[in-house]
Design a protein around this ligand. Structure first.
Ligand code: FAD
Length: 369
């Protein structure tokens, strides 16, 4: 009997579990290793911070899904992978062997790169402790006018700054977008729509990097100090450090290099999808949309490899739909290089996003039976 190890209960493995619930893997024992029993759906986290959702509404319980798929679920965290020995080392001292390994462990944030961040930063990853801590911060703030500084001008930083402003209207929220404007990776029309949305909600934008986090302040690269009671760190998507010693081929940034069949370019018995992987033939953004879409082809190729068939290539979509929430129930629509901006369709876009997100959660609840 082949041993198949699913490492990480991320967005791509949701699709694998629900596919296996439809068609179990014959001839294999499948194990899911995950530090958390539930997956928090990141697309709903800004809405959770804004107060539109409870944590429970944003979570998918992996246990019933794994049970429906005939997958054994183990609580634990990998700290090393020895690809040559086909073995994963766990934090609690156990080690797990495999014939086929599927990686969906996401990305991490480097806590050591910004002085003071370890002590004073509220990191958005892992998302589970962030969800706990943001609730405590909101409760602590109450009606007091706290200074909240969000570091990171990407989609997550943009949405979180607006979410905090909506949740705590008495607070002063600032966004540090680094060298460029917020949403710099998006087309100019989206950047402009983003700047308008931030200005409308009185969020101060600093096009600067943070040099240090201190108690009560963020020191900017220019030397200026911004008063700060809570620094939300939404910067950086980095590979887990343990990938470096795995023996797997990695991209220059240190993520697992995969080919068209989602197999590692160096170890065909290892497949990877989501943020942990970089497609050598088709590099694309690291986002939840790509991770979710990779789930069904990942499941199919695991099934084919177990059956001794050749895995099939998978072509990720060229464009993705992004609905960027703006704190209140309003969103900016982005489809590839095209954007509707916020007004006049912002409310409709939020309604649409809300339906998609709630539908996503409900789909996996149904798959769990
Ligand atoms: C606030 C926020 C909002 C976002 N909003 C969006 C959005 O609206 N749309 C979008 O497309 N993207 C969004 N993203 C990005 C999105 O979250 C990621 O791209 C997505 O989570 C990647 O999915 P994944 O399956 O690769 O990894 P993850 O969803 O991070 O899952 C990885 C899983 O692996 C587990 N894991 C990690 N390390 C180990 C280990 N060593 N051993 C075992 N298990 C491990 C983790 O606990 C986790 O459950 C957002 C991100 C943030 C922070």
């Amino acid at each position: 009997m082949k041993q198949v190890l699913l490492l990480g209960g991320g967005h791509a493995h949701l699709g694998v579990l629900s596919a296996l619930a439809q068609q179990p893997l014959a001839g294999a024992q499948v194990t899911l290793l995950t530090p958390y029993r539930e997956l928090t759906y990141s697309g709903m986290v800004p809405g959770l911070v804004a107060g539109h959702y409870s944590p429970e509404q944003c979570r998918i319980d992996l246990a019933p899904l794994a049970a429906a798929a005939g997958v054994q679920m183990l609580a634990g965290q990998a700290i090393a992978l020895h690809a040559a020995e086909r073995r994963v080392q766990l934090a609690d001292g156990r080690s797990l062997g495999y014939d086929l390994l599927s990686l969906d462990t996401g990305s991490v944030q480097n806590r050591g790169s910004l002085p003071g961040a370890r002590e004073h930063g509220l990191f958005v990853r892992p998302i589970e402790p962030f969800v706990e801590l943001q609730a405590r911060l909101a409760a602590m703030a109450g009606p007091r006018p706290l200074n909240v500084v969000v570091l990171g001008g990407g989609a997550a930083g943009f949405e979180l700054a607006l979410a905090w402003q909506h949740r705590l209207p008495a607070c002063r929220v600032a966004l540090l977008s680094g060298d460029g404007p917020p949403l710099a990776g998006y087309p100019p029309a989206v950047v402009q729509a983003g700047l308008r949305a931030l200005a409308r909600r009185r969020i101060t934008v600093f096009r600067e990097r943070a040099a240090e986090l201190q108690a009560g302040a963020v020191v900017l690269a220019s030397g200026a100090r911004v008063a700060c009671d809570a620094a939300v760190v939404a910067t950086g998507t980095e590979p887990a450090p343990w990938l470096a010693g795995s023996g797997l081929a990695l991209c220059p940034r240190g993520f697992v290099l995969t080919g068209p069949t989602l197999q590692s370019t160096s170890h065909p018995e290892v497949l990877a999808a989501g943020d942990v992987a970089t497609r050598a033939d088709h590099p694309h953004a690291k986002s939840g949309v790509y991770a979710v879409r990779a789930g069904p082809p990942l499941a199919l190729n695991l099934q084919r490899l177990v059956a001794g068939a050749a895995p099939l290539p998978y072509q990720p979509q060229a464009r993705t739909l992004n609905l960027l929430s703006c704190g209140e129930r309003s969103a900016i629509t982005v489809w590839g290089g095209f954007s509707l901006g916020e007004a006049p369709f912002g409310r409709l876009a939020w309604w649409w996003k809300d339906r998609i997100d709630r539908g996503f959660i409900a789909r996996f609840a149904r798959a769990a039976g």
